[in-house]
Design a protein around this ligand. Structure first.
Ligand SMILES: [Zn+2]
Length: 195
């Protein structure tokens, strides 16, 4: 393979979620694409690189700080804690959750040497006060790492006056929230239990 193609292949392959097969597909489809298509894709990527940001309030990765949910005063006073931005967008696209989000950008993980302090939690108690949050829903996957993080969060937030619940019903143990189907996710969120 020529160096340019090899470099491109490696860059795409190393992106999260791509892997070898998808990287091959991507590179070969670019080779077959019209030059105009490649140029407009490259312009969009440049714009994305210049404009992407992280919401300093909730931690979601996107294009605006604050994000559209944090900037909306009409959201309900329920705060849903999720592991990553993909889960934020998935739930937001489903459209039934009207509260606010807080994105941890990780979970406690001995394998990745990630501790509770590494998570995006430094402003969460401030948010609960300032935004008048009455209920915090912990929406982490029922995997060992999610379970440990849920325990830490429950303890950490026990000094606040809000109700602390978790999504439980519906999501089978071991399944990741972002992979749960829409109905399962809705059932899990509506049928939440005390943490
Ligand atoms: Zn936000």
């Amino acid at each position: 393979m020529e160096k340019l193609l090899k470099d491109l292949f490696l860059k795409v392959k190393n992106l999260r979620f791509f892997g070898k097969k998808n990287a091959e597909r991507f590179v070969f489809s670019l080779l077959e694409a019209e030059n105009e298509e490649i140029k407009s894709l490259s312009l969009l990527l440049e714009r994305l690189s210049a404009e992407k940001s992280i919401c300093s309030n909730c931690g979601v990765q996107g294009l605006n700080d604050p994000c559209s949910v944090c900037a909306n005063d009409n959201r309900e006073d329920t705060l849903l804690i999720v592991e990553n931005s993909r889960e934020f967008y998935k739930l937001e696209m489903l459209g039934f959750f009207k509260g606010r989000y807080h994105v941890l950008n990780g979970v406690i993980s001995p394998f990745k040497a990630q501790t509770f302090e590494d998570l995006n939690i430094s402003n969460i108690k401030d948010r609960i006060d300032k935004e008048g949050i009455t209920e915090v829903i912990i929406g982490l996957s029922p995997l060992p790492e999610g379970e440990i993080t849920t325990k830490y969060l429950t303890k950490y937030l026990s000094s606040t006056n809000c109700k602390i619940t978790r999504m439980a019903v519906g999501i089978p143990s071991g399944q990741v929230v972002e992979n749960a189907d829409d109905i399962t996710l809705k059932t899990a969120l509506l049928g939440r239990i005390d943490a």
